[in-house]
Design a protein around this ligand. Structure first.
Ligand code: ATP
Ligand code: MG
Length: 426
């Protein structure tokens, strides 16, 4: 019988890699905290209707990428393909707007989309995202963006490209949409098949077609920026001004649109050239229509999501994963010694040290080799002789210094050891 493997498009994140994930999450958490964003955790599956309404039936995600199934009670459920719809459902369901002032929320977790797996594209992947609900102020857009750029900077990522656009409000977009359809219709048969399909369903999405011929046709297409109302244009100008004030460099890209229907005004994407075709690490924008669309009060909002797999791919290029070392490695042999070593490991852990216990029962030589590999600062050694005397051999692996100490004195040594290890002198 063959062994069972992980499902195509999913990946195990093995312990060697987890330290990089924890570094990314801890860095992001700290920066989100400083900007007063609070974490929200919502379920991984929701009613299918939430995503159909929240993202729009015409989007790629809803029309072809969702993991939708009937549960045993014949309800149509969907594994969340993104985090915004769930966060907004929760915001409405729990009346978070009643807490007064804008709500600053963030989340992290797995998302599910049925896509063709490749580097930087999986069927189960992870997003870290932020939602700032309840403010239509331009400063909210810029604050949200600044948190994203701060996180990327704190991770040490450089040479990222930041594209910005405004897709106006619903009225602006309707005018643009029909101008775009009018322009593209005569070229219909020259467009790539996906774009032909989108011409009626979701024509704005044609703007980010990867097809070269379609892109050439688009060179002569009308620009959304020429269809913004004076108010929408003033809003966009202010966002750009505030970003410039913060020293956040961006490029206005009039072809940048988001695939999700609920976006209004600001849209943005942060990309890296080091990721091949899957270049976008962070994408977001304003979605003033969504809360009302999902049955809540009219609520302006802005947010973004980062793809963690892509961030990690980039990080692996700029820095080696931090090595997590242990403080003490405990080597023991013989029934009595082994029991004492177990007790000492526990004592050290309770005193705040990281202690790794060798469970092999193998020859001392083999255990010493593993102690060296563990990167421990010190090795504690117990054999039959030590067990009888209730002592332990303490060997500093960096210097090779060794001494025999009483087990009863370990508690008294802890402060010294902590100091030595913090100084890195041992
Ligand atoms: P793409 O054009 O790459 O498909 P998208 O527009 O579908 O992206 P969003 O829905 O905006 O992506 O999601 C935000 C981020 O989540 C993306 O920029 C990307 O970093 C990440 N992401 C989206 N889909 C996947 C996936 N299948 N695998 C890994 N990361 C993904
Ligand atoms: Mg996609």
């Amino acid at each position: 019988m063959g062994s069972i493997q992980a499902i195509r498009g999913t990946r195990d994140i093995l312990p060697d890699e987890v330290s990089t994930w924890q570094f990314v999450e801890a860095t992001a958490r700290e920066i989100l905290n400083r900007a007063a964003f609070r974490e929200i955790r919502t379920p991984i599956f929701e009613q299918t209707d939430l995503f159909a309404r929240g993202m729009g039936e015409a989007t790629d995600v809803v029309s072809k990428e969702m993991y939708t199934f009937l549960d045993r009670g014949e309800r149509s459920l969907t594994l969340r393909p993104e985090g915004t719809a769930g966060a907004v459902r929760s915001y409405i369901e729990h009346g978070l707007q009643a807490q007064g002032g804008p709500q600053r929320l963030w989340y992290v977790g797995p998302m599910f989309r049925y896509e063709r797996p490749q580097a930087g594209r999986q069927r189960q992947f992870h997003q870290l995202g932020l939602e700032l609900l309840g403010s239509g102020d331009e400063r909210a857009d810029v604050e949200a963006i600044a948190v994203a750029t701060d996180i990327l900077q704190a991770l040490g990522l450089k040479d990222l490209k930041f594209d910005l656009n405004s897709i106006g409000d619903g009225t602006d977009r309707q005018a643009f949409r029909s101008a775009l359809v009018d322009y593209l219709t005569p070229y219909k048969t020259d467009l790539d098949p996906d774009s032909q399909d989108r011409l009626n369903r979701n024509p704005l999405r044609i703007l980010d077609s990867k097809d070269q011929n379609t892109q050439r046709i688009l060179d002569g297409a009308p620009s959304i920026l020429d269809h913004l109302s004076p108010a929408s244009k003033a809003r966009f100008d202010r966002v750009q001004q505030l970003l410039a004030d913060l020293g956040i460099a961006c490029k206005v890209n009039p072809r940048l649109v988001r695939g999700l229907d609920y976006y209004t005004h600001t849209v943005f994407e942060i990309q890296s050239d080091d990721l091949g075709a899957q270049a976008t690490v962070c994408a977001g924008g304003r979605y003033d229509g969504l809360v009302a669309e999902l049955g809540g009060p009219e609520t302006p909002a802005v947010g973004w999501a980062m793809g963690l797999e892509r961030l990690i791919l980039l990080l692996q290029k700029v820095q080696a994963a931090p090595i997590v070392k242990t403080d003490f490695y405990l080597v023991s042999r013989g029934e009595k010694a082994e029991a004492q070593a177990l007790r000492i490991a526990q004592q050290l852990r309770q005193a705040g040290f990281k202690a790794e216990l060798d469970l092999s029962g193998s020859a001392f030589g083999k255990q010493f080799k593993r102690a060296d590999r563990s990167g421990a600062a010190a090795c504690l050694i117990l054999g039959d002789a030590e067990a009888e005397k209730r002592t332990v051999q303490l060997k500093w692996l960096t210097t090779g210094d060794q001494s025999e100490i009483q087990q009863a004195d370990i508690a008294q040594y802890c402060d010294d050891w902590r100091r030595l290890m913090a100084q890195g002198t041992m």
